[in-house]
Design a binder for this molecule. Structure first.
Ligand SMILES: *Cc1c(COP(=O)(O)O)cnc(C)c1O
Length: 426
């Protein structure tokens, strides 16, 4: 009977009570009138953190500290490139680039044309290198925005040079040398041949020559040494052939802190700038401050009777005497579903166990309501602060812990925190 009279989407009460229907219409009208009373400026002023109780905090102080620690280890004259690809490893490319440049970085490195364009459009004037060869079709953008490409194919080099020449411009590039990682670059033994193929073009300017290490973070240094030697030989061959290699660079974060011999003219600082150690070996070498914290506030807190389940699948069952709290962060925010039931959050300086499947937008954790030992009894309430990554009191959860739990690296977790989580710069 109720279903029989759905009017314009109004169901239920509308079916035989016309007054209800009219009431609904008038609410609509009232709302329309009210809308004009909410000034757009007032609405815009409601901070991100008051719209959604989950966010990522980025400490620019940490970025600054880590950049300075890297710079300190370089001989005078050695340049520091801040790698801000993938939106600054998820920390915000523009903010991190600005902070790094103000803390001693000279150059910026990104992965894509759009990443570089966004920095230029935000007003960044420092040299920007794309760490791979972009599509030939993007050449006009590179020239117009003064973005330097990595080059390793003669086709790209010549198309780039031709376009530059037509606009009476130079075509600066960095040559990528493949010394063993076999990702990109001209094979070390082929670089003289490559130079012969492109060298005649007057617009081309070899502004740099670089390689990338596959195992700079490994305890075994055989492959690393092999790559380093090949690179040194390749650069020497360029000199012998009368080619100026420009800025010679090879080191990522791991090599920067472990192997000063490969600093050459520039180092490329990535993960360590964001406060994560690329490997165990760098822990003794530098004190890095983690730049990212992920926090939320409790949106629901309730006791759940013994043996009742929690979240999709009800795989977790309440043992009784626990409070189950909900936070509005889920796998759509980058909190991988693989972490379900395998991580701890922090409330009031104490670890609490995440329980049940992590949902798209929310997840739950368990708080033991019993008091035992000297442990302070927790009784979390709606609105209370929860730390998902970062420090709270003496307790700390690192991206590295989290990454290990699911068999990946902190690089992946950092850049997977989605843009839906507002970034709060502190
Ligand atoms: C990402 C990247 C880096 C930075 O590496 P980290 O390990 O994060 O320091 C350096 N060089 C190249 C070519 C890269 O792609």
């Amino acid at each position: 009977m109720l279903e029989s009279e759905s009017l314009n989407g109004f169901t239920g009460f509308a079916q035989k009570d016309r007054a209800q229907f009219q009431y609904s219409r008038s609410v609509e009208k009232m709302n329309e009138e009210a809308q004009v009373e909410f000034e757009p400026e007032v609405l815009a002023e409601i901070p991100d953190m008051d719209r959604r109780w989950a966010w990522a905090e980025v400490s620019l102080e940490a970025i600054r500290h880590n950049t300075i620690e890297a710079k300190k280890r370089l001989k005078p004259g050695v340049r520091l490139m801040a790698v801000v690809k993938a939106d600054g490893y998820g920390h915000g490319a523009f903010e991190c680039a600005k902070t790094a440049l103000n803390s001693g970085a000279d150059n910026l490195g990104v992965a894509t044309v759009d990443e570089a364009v966004r920095l230029r459009d935000a007003g960044v004037t420092a040299p920007i290198l794309i760490l791979a060869e972009p599509p030939i079709t993007s050449v006009p953008l590179l020239l117009a925005k003064r973005i330097t490409p990595t080059v390793y194919s003669p086709e790209f080099a010549l198309a780039y040079a031709e376009t530059a020449d037509r606009h009476h411009m130079k075509a600066p590039f960095h040559l990528a040398v493949n010394t063993g990682m076999n990702r990109i670059g001209v094979r070390a033994e082929d670089i003289i041949e490559f130079e012969r193929q492109v060298n005649f073009h007057r617009a081309l300017v070899q502004e740099g020559t670089f390689t990338h290490f596959a195992t700079a973070d490994s305890s075994d240094t055989i492959d690393f040494n092999f790559q380093a030697r090949r690179f040194v030989d390749a650069v020497r061959a360029l000199h012998t052939a009368g080619v100026d290699p420009g800025i010679v660079h090879a080191a990522n974060s791991a090599a920067l802190f472990r192997f000063p011999d490969v600093h050459f003219d520039m180092v490329r600082l990535g993960i360590a700038m964001y406060g994560c150690h690329p490997c165990e070996q760098t822990r003794g070498a530098v004190d890095l401050w983690p730049a990212m914290a992920v926090r939320a506030r409790i949106t629901a807190a309730k006791t759940v009777p013994m043996s009742e389940g929690v979240s999709y699948g009800l795989a977790y069952r309440s043992p009784g005497s626990v409070k189950i709290c909900t936070v509005p962060i889920g796998y759509a925010d980058g909190l991988s579903r693989l972490l379900s039931g395998r991580i701890d959050f922090i409330v009031g300086g104490q670890y609490v166990r995440q329980v049940g499947a992590i949902c798209m937008d929310q997840c739950m954790f368990e708080v033991d309501m019993r008091s035992f030992g000297s442990r302070e009894r927790l009784d979390p309430q709606v609105g209370e602060l929860v730390t998902i990554v970062g420090r709270d009191g003496d307790a700390v959860v690192t991206l590295t812990d989290m990454a290990r739990t699911i068999g990946t690296i902190d690089y992946e977790l950092a850049c997977s925190f989605s843009r839906r989580l507002p970034r709060l710069y502190v």
